[in-house]
Design a protein around this ligand. Structure first.
Ligand code: SF4
Length: 214
């Protein structure tokens, strides 16, 4: 496992590579952000942005989502994976926002994770990106990068990875580090064919040496 000092050096290298790392989902308010993150499960941000370009034109607020039949909403989101489940969750979530929160997205982790379709990762993204609360959301990229670079153990659960990252990285860098790891995982240390040959972290990465031998 890396030391705190080494972890920060690695994050600094990622920041040199991707100084502009940020949330790539398009949204105009916290409600659209929750929906975009919910829709992004097992789908690329690119497909979600393509979909929400029209979806967010048709539906502006929670009321709009519940006044159409579920079948209509399903048709409107059918270009992405798991669309039936996502449409069902969007309607249920919109109803709860109206019933319990005056149509406004709540800003605590405990309230967010109780919303349909909102798990730990989504709640952390919404808190970090929507409300500016320091959090580290562990998605597939963050988990893979953490394990490859020894920020976490290979058999750690997602929650264990999150806890290790929060201990290794100072709180004021959590949100940016999360985006840096996503960009690094999405565009450099990809799941298949990572760019080990040109990687500035190669010397610090045991995994890279193993991958290059294959
Ligand atoms: Fe990823 Fe390869 Fe770089 Fe290691 S050396 S961080 S596996 S790209």
């Amino acid at each position: 496992m890396v030391s705190k000092k080494k972890a920060l050096e690695i994050i600094d290298v990622m920041e040199t590579l991707f100084p502009d790392a940020h949330c790539e989902l398009n949204f105009k308010n916290e409600f659209e952000l929750v929906l975009a993150v919910l829709l992004s499960a097992q789908t690329t941000d690119k497909s979600v942005n393509k979909l929400t370009q029209t979806l967010f034109e048709k539906y502006k607020c929670p009321e709009d989502y519940i006044k159409v039949p579920l079948s209509e909403l399903e048709q409107d989101v059918k270009t992405i994976g798991l669309y039936r489940n996502k449409a069902k969750n969007i309607q249920a979530l919109s109803q709860i926002l109206l019933d319990k929160y005056d149509g406004v997205v709540p800003s605590t982790f405990e309230e967010l994770v109780k919303l349909p379709g909102v798990g730990r990762k989504t709640a952390n993204v919404v808190l970090s990106v929507g409300f500016g609360v320091p959090r580290i959301a562990v998605d597939t990229h963050v988990e893979r990068i953490s394990k490859r670079l020894d920020f976490a153990k290979k058999d750690d659960t997602v929650l264990e990875v999150e806890n290790r990252l929060m201990k290794l990285i100072p709180e004021n860098r959590w949100s940016k580090a999360h985006h840096l790891m996503i960009f690094f995982g999405r565009y450099h240390c990809t799941a298949k064919n990572p760019k080990c040959e040109t990687c500035p972290l190669f010397d610090a990465c045991k995994e890279g040496k193993k991958l290059i031998k294959k």
